[in-house]
Design a protein around this ligand. Structure first.
Ligand SMILES: O=C(O)CCC(=O)C(=O)O
Ligand SMILES: [Fe+2]
Length: 287
């Protein structure tokens, strides 16, 4: 089923029950991270921009707004790949939202402890997660608080889970209200090593509350399986507009991103946003 919550954005936004506001709390003593990633040649750091600043954009035209037919594939118990789930228009809106917040204080930065192959740009909505501090601290790249999760993203994740539940056995996939959304931009050589998502609270893990990952831009090869043995892992290509969900018995599945496929973003998306070469991924969870 195609998600159409973004079309409803012209109406006033209804606050989601699980929307998380800016966190309160002392920021003193919070470690500040280097957040701007690109020097402008004058010694000043510039925020990372998701879009090519020099590229002219063109609005999506009627003929280009039709997204391919949504389909799905069940990958395991509580794990599903929703293909072409997010419409082109919604993908454009997501890029614009991430670009807006990504350029603000607390926006995109490159975590210092990422390993060599992992050169993603990163930011968070809702609660802050950093590869170094996990969820323990609330600082973002520059010490500011993360922005709340935009309603459009919360709503998209919740609707995707409901649609996934309709395809799966009863009780295979619990519902989940996200309170954190981690946003990553993978350049062409960006990778994410094999791992399990274990930083959420033990109750969420025990209940198998799902992780929802949305892909936009270049296609990514996503590895997953119940073993660390790379030979035994399954692979799936995630395209722009796809959503992958893993919860229930698959909540602790090993997963990672092994390659990004160049020139694989939908042209209307690039024309409408000037999205730079790479993949934008948004991962929503409850912690
Ligand atoms: O980029 C993705 O699709 C996966 C992200 C992920 O696994 C994570 O952030 O833990
Ligand atoms: Fe993960």
């Amino acid at each position: 089923m195609n998600h159409s919550s973004f079309c409803r954005l012209i109406r006033p936004m209804v606050p989601s029950t699980c929307r998380v506001g800016r966190q309160q709390g002392p920021l003193t003593g919070i470690l500040k991270k280097q957040y701007h990633s690109f020097a402008n040649g004058l010694g000043e750091k510039q925020p990372f921009s998701l879009i090519w600043p020099w590229m002219k954009t063109e609005p999506l035209c009627e003929s280009s707004t039709s997204t391919p037919r949504p389909t799905y594939e069940i990958l395991g118990p509580g794990m599903i790949h929703l293909k072409n789930y997010v419409s082109l228009k919604d993908q454009v809106d997501i890029v614009n939202i991430c670009q807006k917040w990504g350029m603000e204080s607390g926006g995109f930065y490159k975590p210092s402890c990422q390993n060599g192959a992992d050169n993603r740009q990163h930011m968070c909505f809702g609660r802050n997660w950093d590869p170094e501090t996990r969820y323990d601290n609330i600082y973002t790249s520059d010490g500011s608080e993360p922005p709340p999760i935009p309603y459009e993203l919360t709503s998209l994740a919740e609707t995707a889970i409901q649609d996934a539940q309709a395809h799966l056995e009863e009780d295979e996939l619990p519902s989940m209200c996200p309170d954190t959304c981690s946003v990553s931009f993978y350049p062409l050589d960006g990778r994410l090593g094999l791992h399990q998502d274990l930083d959420e609270n033990s109750d969420a893990l025990q209940k198998g509350l799902p992780v929802v990952s949305i892909s936009i831009g270049y296609m990514a090869e996503f590895l997953y399986g119940h073993t660390r043995d790379e030979q035994k892992l399954n692979k799936v290509w995630l395209q722009s507009g796809d959503v992958i969900i893993f919860g229930g018995k698959s909540r602790l599945v090993y997963h990672g991103v092994s390659q990004i496929c160049p020139y694989s973003a939908p042209q209307p998306l690039v024309s409408a946003t000037a999205l730079r070469a790479g993949r934008l991924s948004l991962t929503l969870r409850t912690i």
